[in-house]
Write a new protein. Structure first.
Length: 79
């Protein structure tokens, strides 16, 4: 799915929360460059230390699942 389509889908769902289960929230994560083997191979000259690790994204998602109060209010969240 393209980034534009993902944004549109998130905005559409967010605009009509009646379609969501009770106490649900829409959060669309916007990672910068994700540190993957494929990205490292495709962009070897880039500073990989600035990239978002897969583990840090997973940790944030787990934290949101375990502690609802930590879920951001924003629709789009950069990670």
């Amino acid at each position: 799915m393209s980034k534009a389509a993902t944004h549109s889908l998130a905005m559409s769902i967010h605009s009509d929360p009646s379609q969501l289960p009770s106490k649900s929230r829409v959060v669309c994560i916007l990672p910068q460059t994700i540190d993957t083997a494929a990205n490292r191979e495709a962009m070897p000259e880039m500073d990989h230390s600035l990239w978002t690790s897969k583990e840090s994204i997973a940790e944030r998602l787990v934290n949101w699942c375990e502690d609802r109060t930590s879920i951001p209010e924003e629709l789009f969240v950069t990670v």
